[in-house]
Design a protein around this ligand. Structure first.
Ligand SMILES: [Zn+2]
Ligand SMILES: [Zn+2]
Length: 321
């Protein structure tokens, strides 16, 4: 049978969402003659994994039948359970080439969240804490443990994965993570958006692609013909334009806040972080990373300046604008 003769598999969504962040991401199950295909795997706790197994079993398959695993990115809520899967199955694992080293090495993954901003700017608050011990993956492991793994295959923009009778085109959509991907089935007008649209939106950091990368990813999603977005967090989205506009608005409203504040005079990164994130518990993460993403974007557009970008105490608007 030719691939083109195959009927597209249903995309079964497993939504383990809890109210607590980081909640396990949705997983998607497709099937074909050879078995099952899984897109994202959820958190690496025995409990989360058991629920994923049950979901797979409820669709008539065992974990051992999973021959292909596609990872949208290397965050714990998307790939924590991979080592559990590998105990029972031997799938090919696809991930973007920028995420492959992060999926393998928790230290590298930690750095991809720009933890250095915390150790640099919150020195006084950290007291005796050894800056090197600040590890966001460890910090969240009680809620959503990471499970590192070696991907077998890397993908990049434009690759087409023929899975479950569908042609899933890889879109590189950074901002949230450097090698974040979304999967687009143009024949069936479905977009598996990963974390760029959905219930948990607009978390970004400089190393992930920042505010600028995120906005470009949204533009890419907006250019597609899509009836349904299946996000990694939350329910299916049919008001696709509305969801993209909402996410963009979250990002641009932060930018407007920064620009408005700087129009009143120079400000430091910490002052801007406090302004963007009035709730203190969000400031060290992801607050300062998001604030820095905006400063980098504005600097790239030559809208702000500082005397020494490498060690900038204060940022100000360019006056000739
Ligand atoms: Zn996520
Ligand atoms: Zn994520």
């Amino acid at each position: 049978m030719l691939f083109s003769d195959m009927k597209p598999s249903a995309i079964h969504a497993y939504r383990p969402e809890t109210h607590m962040w980081p909640a396990p991401a949705n997983s998607f199950l497709l099937t074909d003659r050879d078995g099952a295909i899984l897109i994202d795997a959820g958190c690496g706790s025995p409990d989360a994994y058991e629920k994923l197994r049950t979901f797979i079993r409820n669709h008539g398959f065992n974990v051992a039948d999973v021959h292909t695993l596609v990872l949208s990115h290397a965050h714990p809520d998307h790939m924590g359970a991979v080592p559990f899967i590998l105990e029972e199955a031997d799938p090919r694992i696809y991930i973007h080439k920028l995420e492959k080293p992060l999926a393998r090495d928790p230290q590298l993954l930690n750095r991809s969240f720009d933890m250095s901003l915390i150790t640099r700017y919150y020195k006084e608050r950290l007291g005796d804490t050894d800056p090197d011990s600040i590890n966001i993956i460890d910090y969240f492991k009680g809620l959503c443990p990471m499970g590192s793994a070696e991907a077998t295959d890397t993908v990049r923009e434009g690759d087409v994965l023929p899975l479950g009778g569908r042609r899933l085109r890889v879109l590189h959509t950074p901002g949230h993570a450097p090698g974040h991907i979304s999967l687009y089935d143009d024949e069936n007008r479905v977009l598996l958006s990963g974390d760029i649209i959905g219930k948990v939106v607009a978390w970004y950091c400089p190393s992930g692609g920042g505010a600028r990368g995120y906005l470009e990813s949204l533009e890419k999603a907006e250019s597609l013909d899509v009836d349904v977005v299946m996000p990694s967090h939350g329910e299916d989205i049919t008001d696709v334009a509305g969801a993209i506009a909402h996410t963009r608005d979250v990002i641009l409203s932060r930018e407007r806040l920064v620009v408005r504040a700087l129009s009143g005079g120079s400000m430091s990164l910490l002052q801007l972080t406090n302004l963007l994130f009035p709730r203190e518990h969000l400031r060290m993460f992801p607050g300062i990373q998001i604030a820095m993403s905006h400063l980098i974007k504005l600097q790239g557009e030559e809208r702000i300046e500082c005397t020494d970008w490498g060690n900038c105490p204060l940022f100000s608007l360019k006056r000739d604008m």
